[in-house]
Ligand binder design. Structure first.
Ligand code: MTE
Length: 312
């Protein structure tokens, strides 16, 4: 998002060959089989493997879904490069098992969760969410996950916990893009505690009913559907409760352009482009961007009385 303005997206960028998905899934399947055979690990860890026991959710949209192929080949994940197809091409070096997520900071019950225990923490739900990237494109993605508040309630935040910070893995061996200084690694994002507690705020572990592909933030990533996509940190290793407003990677990189809140708002332009319209991936004509990405009824009350031009 830093590198390229959100000009028109060339159709060639989002039209990978038909065989793409099958080839990738075949290779991932082979990888999972090999890992399972060698280590005796849970065979359900690999991308493309169906997640069991996923429930429907009331927090879901009845909107046309963006094809799986686009969701998994048109990505932003700077840890693997700044091109849209870099994550799908290069994220094979990420190892989503073994994996732990530390819950730390201002909580009465800090805890380090093994990812497979975390998967059993709460029932997995499918939630179809509208996602809007700050660059001007959007998708509709059927995520699988559970509300972040399930973890927060168990961790019991202290009275000092006002914000929550999300930290992505920092390991240039697995994430070769971290050898370049496009951002200050690790990738960090933050939410206010009430935003983090909101029932729409999801920790996703899958999409399209299957284990999350590496390029989409395996094994666990945040999804905050009323905010620009960059708030939804991928491949999280730490969830930290803090008193002061965190400085996110994008705020640190370009403070004039990226604020802490980053709520989708068609009336507040990015300094370099309008946010009034968006291109839904796969569609030709642009659509109007909706306030809070269409989730205003659920989330507008979080910002009552705030000047959203100032707190962008
Ligand atoms: N998380 C990390 N760790 N690194 C990133 O570069 N990119 C963000 C967000 N989370 C990013 C990240 C941006 S800009 C967007 S639009 C979304 O991930 C894209 O998510 P998707 O590729 O699953 O659609």
């Amino acid at each position: 998002m830093l590198i390229r303005p959100p000009a028109e997206i060339a159709p060639s960028e989002i039209t990978p060959p038909d065989i793409y998905r099958d080839r990738r899934r075949f290779m991932q399947g082979m990888g999972a089989l090999a890992a399972g055979a060698a280590l005796g690990t849970a065979s359900d860890a690999g991308a493309g493997v169906k997640l069991a026991g996923v429930r429907d959710s009331v927090h879901t949209l009845d909107e046309k879904r963006t094809p799986y192929k686009d969701v998994t080949t048109y990505n932003n994940f700077y840890e693997f490069g700044t091109g849209k197809d870099d994550p799908a091409d290069r994220a094979g070096s990420l190892k989503p098992r073994p994996w732990t997520v530390a819950i730390e900071g201002e909580v009465h019950r800090p805890q380090t969760w093994d990812i497979d225990a975390l998967l059993k923490l709460a029932p997995l739900e499918e939630r179809v969410y509208r996602m809007r990237c700050v660059e001007g494109w959007s998708m509709v993605i059927p995520w699988v996950g559970f509300p972040l508040n399930e973890i927060i309630r168990r961790a019991q935040p202290t009275g000092n916990a006002k914000y929550v910070e999300f930290v992505t893995l920092h390991d240039p061996k697995q994430m070769p893009g971290q050898r370049s200084r496009v951002l200050d690694w690790p990738y960090v994002e933050g939410l206010r505690l009430d935003e983090a507690m909101h029932p729409l705020t999801l920790l996703a572990v899958g999409l399209y009913g299957e284990v999350l592909p590496n390029q989409n933030g395996a094994p666990i990533r945040l999804v905050v559907p009323w905010k620009y996509g960059f708030k939804s940190a991928k491949s999280i290793v730490s969830i930290r409760f803090v008193e002061k407003q965190p400085v996110s990677s994008w705020m640190a990189a370009i403070p004039r352009e990226y604020g802490f809140y980053s709520n989708v708002n068609p009336q507040v332009d990015h300094p370099r482009w309008s946010q009034a319209k968006e291109r839904r991936i796969g569609e030709f004509l642009k659509r109007d961007t909706l306030m809070f990405n269409g989730y205003g009824e659920q989330v507008a009350s979080l910002y009552r009385g705030m000047d959203l031009k100032k707190f962008f």
